[in-house]
Design a protein around this ligand. Structure first.
Ligand code: GDP
Ligand code: GDP
Length: 450
């Protein structure tokens, strides 16, 4: 009789609430089942059967909402009726939208009139649903419901589904745009209203040309440059104002000083590089092309990649290579750094400046991606298409997705159950591809609605 707890979903209280009201037997439960697409509510043949208020999570065109069946609406009557009515009134007060179901085959009853009166006074959008319009012959009956004074009725057949698609389209259009921002404020990524400075680290073994490159970058730009205390002890960051916005170069103390502190062992510089990478949004991995891709270069690249930081590979000292060497190192990049995938590879000479001009545009793209704000509708379109192309295993499904934060783009996916990591990465890849999010890091957060 009542739905089993395992199939009933407990909807999140933050979702917009759509409340179904109407006197008994007009088809409220049937409508609820229709929207859910499965038999979850109870449908009773007898009129006047009271049920507890029933609430489920539903979704139409990627827009989730709570659907509340008030189980009847009797403005007056027995104690039991009063209880049901109180529940209905409470549900209505909390509603973002009310669906007022009327049996068009019966026409407006006295009870319907009383409900309409209450609704006209309430400050809530109402859609009048003229139910049991099973075929076009009965459409005329629907128009009689104009008399309720609540706008044009929607002729539907909850039982057969007639007209319900158009009605649901109109329904979700009227719902408030649901972005669970409150929930996301606590997250580590920046909230939508504040921008963080894009951070870049220049890393690589000693003597590959990091300082030379850095000094050229800040020299070429004729940009305003200032120091900032770095995130780690004795580290100094440099902020460079570029036409595309400020860029923070992480841990540049050693690079800016004329007589540089000795970086010491390769091990020390390696550890230092990884720290810098941790607080940066993109890592410029400088490689001394005259030495090929060394084991140490490879290890550093692996660690950067594992930290989830995008990499731009800079093959430095390019001007000293002959044709054969150039071909050789290009081959080596394909082999030894293959795991970096789509990472940009630039051939530069920090010493002469050749090729360095390509670097800032590459970073500008990354910065723009970093600050991207994607409309919720678009995010959901991508997720929906991705799920259609390849559904998650075991009935797992993303119900709703939104970009909760920028810097870097952070997507929050609301799923009916746990999503396998591989599937989350698949969705991340789709988002990156479809939304053109090139080189920026992306964060994915999964929230479960159980
Ligand atoms: P509720 O009590 O208001 O929730 O109404 P129910 O969903 O229990 O439906 C009452 C009766 O109306 C049931 O016998 C349903 O099968 C029937 N009913 C519901 N919708 C339609 C409809 O669109 N067309 C027809 N012909 N019958 C319907
Ligand atoms: P870092 O230790 O990685 O900061 O490397 P430096 O910037 O100090 O450079 C190490 C050496 O490589 C210096 O002698 C630079 O002049 C030289 N160097 C840097 N970039 C280039 C380049 O593009 N071409 C050539 N030929 N030498 C370079």
């Amino acid at each position: 009789m009542s739905p089993s707890p395992s199939t009933a979903t407990t909807p999140s209280q933050e979702l917009p609430a759509v409340v179904i009201v109407g006197r008994p037997n007009v088809g409220k439960s049937t409508l609820l089942n229709r929207v859910l697409g499965r038999r979850e509510a109870i449908v009773e043949e007898r009129p006047g059967v009271t049920r507890d208020r029933k609430e489920v999570e539903a979704e139409w065109r990627g827009r989730p909402f709570r659907l509340v069946d008030t189980g009847g609406w009797l403005p007056s009557g027995s104690a039991l009726d009063d209880k049901v009515s109180r529940q209905s009134e409470k549900a209505m007060r909390e509603a973002d939208l009310v669906l007022f179901v009327v049996d068009a085959s019966v026409g407006i009853t006295e009870e319907d009139g009383r409900v309409a009166e209450l609704l006209r006074r309430a400050d809530v959008p109402v859609m009048v649903l003229a139910n049991k319009v099973d075929d076009s012959n009965r459409e005329g009956a629907a128009w009689e419901l104009m008399a309720l004074g609540l706008g044009e009725p929607w002729p539907i057949s909850a039982l057969h589904g007639r007209g319900t698609g158009d009605m649901l389209d109109a329904l979700v259009d009227q719902l408030p745009e649901w972005t669970p921002e409150d929930e996301i404020e606590v997250e580590e990524a920046a909230p939508l209203d504040e921008e963080r400075t894009f951070s870049v680290s220049i890393v690589g073994r000693p003597n590959v040309g990091k300082s030379t490159l850095f000094n050229r970058l800040i020299g070429d730009e004729r940009a305003v440059v200032h120091d900032m205390p770095g995130t780690t002890r004795d580290a100094v960051d440099t902020i460079v104002e570029t036409p595309d916005g400020p860029i923070r170069f992480v841990d540049t103390a050693g690079m800016r000083r004329r007589s540089r502190i000795d970086e010491g062992t390769e091990y020390y510089s390696f550890v230092r590089a990884l720290k810098a990478v941790d607080s940066s949004d993109v890592a410029l991995l400088v490689i001394d092309a005259t030495e090929g891709i060394t084991h140490q270069d490879q290890r550093l690249a692996e660690r950067i990649d594992a930290a989830g930081c995008p990499v731009v590979v800079l093959l430095n000292k390019w001007e000293t290579l002959d044709a054969e060497q150039r071909e050789d190192i290009t081959y080596q990049v394909g082999q030894k750094l293959r795991f970096l995938g789509e990472a940009a590879v630039l051939k530069i000479s920090a010493l002469t400046g050749k090729g360095v001009h390509n670097l800032l545009p590459a970073l500008a793209d990354a910065i723009a991606d970093y600050h991207t704000r994607i409309p919720t509708r678009k995010v959901n379109d991508v997720i929906r298409a991705a799920q259609q192309a390849q559904p998650a295993p075991h009935g797992a499904r993303v119900l709703y997705a939104t970009q909760g934060a920028v810097d870097p783009p952070t997507f929050t996916l609301f799923a009916n159950r746990e999503l396998p990591q591989t599937y989350v990465r698949y969705l991340e890849r789709k988002l990156r591809e479809e939304l053109d999010l090139g080189a920026t890091p992306i964060k994915m957060r999964i929230r479960r609605r159980s």
